[in-house]
Write a protein that binds this ligand. Structure first.
Ligand code: UD1
Ligand code: CA
Length: 464
């Protein structure tokens, strides 16, 4: 670390008891990525090259999820936020610049929040710049106590507040900028004689004040940005707000949103201009949607790529690739490795898995196409089923260009239907069909004149 650059620490070792979860709190997801990753990304975006994340409870899981873009420090026993910061001291030794400390459970922080804090810290020449906000319901947060001259003098945790302090509505955001040597000097001196028996990072403020060091507070006036998540209701509220933030970004970039309350879009989703998202559209993970598409209503697309001018109606698409000017749905299911070519059509109640559809190929109704290659402009009739699994092995079906598979045909893989071939409706195909050939894999029909009338007569006389 450069001695004068800005260092960043994120505290994420706590269990998050109030989440009532097996998962460490920081790993609970919002809009596609863990809460703690939102904080880490915002820090990086503000120019802090390698944020240091303090991990403890479920630490390996956090490391696995966030990967090597960050540095990690262990806090084996969770003895409080002051103790957590102390664990990062060895990494900060020799660092003379400012160090920012944020909590892993304040996921709404943005790069601009960190930039605002850094500016305030630089301008005031303070040893500590803390972040505060005035909110309607301060319950649960640490309160900022200000002295006679208006400067902050200490932070009192909710559980340690006297009745007067409980009334203070200026709260500690748990986002600070410290002069690093001052922080490292004071951290080992903190005591844990408080309501929770923890070493509070907030007590550094009190110590600096008592030494006569300069303290200042940056007051943030956007309560949505500073919200802390301690339970799943707060998580749900924060996720809703984060989703609105993401939707707004896409709307401003030219995406039409038909119902912002029922559309949800993950943070890493890309959407082209003039695309319309209808009500109930859920876009997840690394999904990429082209321009001038109509997606929804009631559609979920996960980790998939969709081209331009494509429509997806009431369908589920997972790890698939869909081309340009494709029609999907309603009620289609594209499973992993479905690859649908331009101008193809996948209609209602069609399931496609690990299969490629060529340009303009069609399966308009009620089909299962698995482990198949479908040539361009081939037409698969209603009820076409690829029998790709014999109970032991998966086998492939090859369907040539412009082939026609009649309704309710069963294609028993491995099998090849040649280019331009014709499969009669109701066939069970167990042998390859050559190009331009016809295959009739069904029982021959027997028609008997007067048969139904004589049956009726026989039944009537038996009932007398
Ligand atoms: C903290 C602040 C409080 C502030 C609030 C804002 C303290 C003492 N209190 O309270 O003033 O208003 O955030 O949201 O700092 N952590 C560790 N190791 C520990 C304990 C906690 O890494 O031993 C981490 C947690 O994982 C969490 C963060 O520190 O990400 C904050 O801890 P939490 O217990 O949620 O503190 P709050 O009670 O919310
Ligand atoms: Ca918290």
């Amino acid at each position: 670390m450069q001695p004068t650059s800005i260092a960043g620490i994120i505290l994420a070792a706590g269990k998050g008891t109030r989440m009532k979860s097996e998962l460490p709190k920081g790993l609970h997801r919002m809009c596609g990525i863990p809460m703690v990753e939102h904080v880490a990304r915002a820090m990086k975006a503000a120019g802090i090259e390698r944020p240091i994340i303090v991990i403890g409870h479920g630490g390996e899981l956090i490391q696995d999820a966030l990967g090597d873009a960050y540095d990690y420090v262990w806090q084996r026993e969770q003895l409080g936020t002051g103790h957590a910061a102390l664990m990062a001291s060895p990494v900060l030794a020799g660092h003379n610049g400012p160090v920012i400390i944020a909590a892993g459970d304040t996921p709404m922080l943005q790069a601009s929040t960190f930039e605002g804090l850094i500016q305030a810290h630089t301008a005031s020449h303070a040893l500590v710049t803390l972040s505060s906000a005035v909110i309607a319901d301060p319950k649960g947060y640490g309160r900022i106590v200000r002295g006679p001259n208006g400067d902050p003098v200490k932070i009192v945790e909710d559980k340690d507040c006297n009745p007067d302090e409980k009334l203070i509505d200026e709260i500690n955001v748990a986002l600070y900028c410290f002069d690093c040597p001052t922080l490292l000097r004071i951290l080992p001196t903190l005591s844990n004689s408080n309501a929770q028996g923890e070493y509070y990072l907030t007590d550094v403020i009190d110590s600096v004040q008592k030494e006569g060091g300069k303290l200042t507070a940056k007051v943030f006036d956007d309560p949505d940005v500073i919200v802390g998540v301690n339970d799943r209701w707060q998580l749900a509220l924060a996720a809703k707000e984060m989703n609105r933030r993401i939707l707004k970004k896409h709307a401003v970039n030219g995406v039409t949103l038909m119902d912002i309350d029922s559309i949800s879009v993950g943070i890493d989703v890309e959407i082209g201009g003039d695309t319309v998202l209808e009500a109930g559209t859920i876009l997840v993970g690394k999904t990429k949607i082209g321009s001038a598409c109509v997606i929804g209503p009631n559609t979920k697309i996960e980790n998939s790529t969709v081209g331009n001018e494509t429509s997806v109606v009431s369908s589920y698409i997972d790890q698939a690739i869909v081309g340009n000017k494709v029609w999907i749905g309603p009620y289609a299911h594209l499973r992993p490795k479905a690859n649908i070519g331009d101008k193809a059509k996948i209609g209602n109640f069609v399931e496609v898995k690990n299969s490629t559809f060529g340009v303009g190929a069609k399966a308009n109704h009620l089909a299962y196409i698995g482990d198949a290659t479908v040539g361009s402009e081939a037409n698969l009739g209603a009820g076409t089923i690829t029998c790709n699994y014999d109970g032991y092995n998966k086998s492939r079906t090859q369907i040539g260009e412009k082939a026609f598979v009649g309704s309710n045909s069963t294609l028993v893989a491995p099998i090849t239907i040649g280019d331009g071939a014709f499969v009669a409706a109701g066939s069970v195909i167990t042998e390859d069909v050559p190009s331009d050939g016809g295959a009739f894999g069904r029982a021959r029909q027997v028609t008997k004149e007067g048969w139904a009338a004589s049956r009726r007569g026989a039944i009537k006389s038996a009932n007398h």
